[in-house]
Design a protein around this ligand. Structure first.
Ligand code: HEC
Ligand code: HEC
Length: 169
C-alpha cells in the first residue's frame, strides 16, 4: 500500500470542506420548510404555510388539514401548484433544523439518538433514495431546486462520511 492510496483517501479536512456545502443544501428552503417544529413553511423566502397547518401527533397534520388531503404521493400537482411526494409530512421533532448553526446542524445530523438511528451509510442512503429528499431537486414550477446537482451532493456526502463526519467547532 503505497503513498498513492494514502493521498487518494479522503481525509478529515476534505470532509469538513464537504460539510460546508452539504449544510448549504440542508439549510435551503426546500429542506428547511419541512424540518420545522410546529408548522411547515413555504416558498423560496420562507413564510407561514397558507392555509395554516400544524404537526399533529405524527407529523401528518390534524383533521381536515392532514397533509395528504392536499399533498399527493404521486408528485407535484401542476394545476394547483401543490407540491407532492410519497409520505409527505413534517420531519420528526428530533430532526427540526430550524434556527440551527452549521455546527449544531452537523452535530444533530450524525447523532443516532436524534437522526432516526442512522449511521453514516444510512444517512448516505437516505440522501440517495428518499423521495422527500429527491423532491428538493424537482420541486415543481415556481420553486427553486436545491443549489447543487444531486450527483455532486452525493459525492460530498461520501467525502463527509469517509472523512469521519467531522463537524465545525
Ligand atoms: C415534505 C417534508 C420534507 C422535506 C421537503 C424534506 N424532508 Fe427530510 N425528513 C422528513 C421526514 C418526515 C423525515 C423522517 C423520515 C425518516 O426518519 O424516515 C425526514 C428525515 C430526514 C433525514 C434523516 C436524518 C435527520 O437527522 O434529519 C435527513 C438526512 C433528511 N430528512 C434530509 C432532507 C434533505 C436534504 C431535504 C431537502 C433536499 C429534505 N430532507 C426535505 C421530511 C421532509
Ligand atoms: C388544504 C391543503 C393543504 C394541506 C392540508 C397542507 N398543505 Fe402544504 N401546501 C399546500 C399548497 C397549495 C402549497 C403550495 C403553496 C405555494 O407554493 O404557494 C403547499 C406547500 C407546502 C410546502 C412548501 C414547499 C416549499 O418548499 O415551498 C410544505 C413544506 C408543505 N406544504 C408542507 C405541508 C405539511 C407538512 C402539511 C401537513 C402538516 C401540509 N403541508 C398540509 C396545501 C396544503
Amino acid at each position: 500500500m503505497g503513498p498513492l492510496l494514502a493521498t487518494a483517501a479522503p481525509d478529515e479536512t476534505q470532509g469538513l470542506a464537504a460539510w460546508g456545502k452539504i449544510a448549504g443544501v440542508l439549510q435551503h428552503p426546500r429542506c428547511l420548510n419541512c424540518h420545522q417544529q410546529t408548522s411547515p413553511l413555504q416558498g423560496d423566502v420562507p413564510r407561514p404555510h397558507v392555509p395554516f397547518a400544524v404537526r399533529g401527533a405524527d407529523g401528518t397534520g390534524t383533521g381536515a388539514m392532514r397533509c395528504g388531503v392536499c399533498h399527493k404521493d404521486f408528485g407535484n400537482d401542476p394545476m394547483s401548484g401543490t407540491p407532492g411526494a410519497p409520505h409527505w409530512r413534517l420531519a420528526p421533532v428530533s430532526m427540526v433544523w430550524q434556527g440551527l448553526s452549521s455546527a449544531e446542524l452537523c452535530a444533530l445530523l450524525k447523532d443516532p439518538k436524534r437522526n432516526g438511528g442512522r449511521g453514516g451509510d444510512a444517512l448516505v442512503e437516505h440522501m440517495k433514495v428518499e423521495p422527500l429528499v429527491l423532491w428538493g431537486w424537482a420541486p415543481g414550477t415556481g420553486r427553486k431546486p436545491v443549489p447543487l446537482a444531486h450527483g455532486d451532493f452525493m459525492t460530498l456526502m461520501h467525502q463527509w462520511v469517509t472523512g469521519g463526519m467531522a463537524c465545525p467547532k
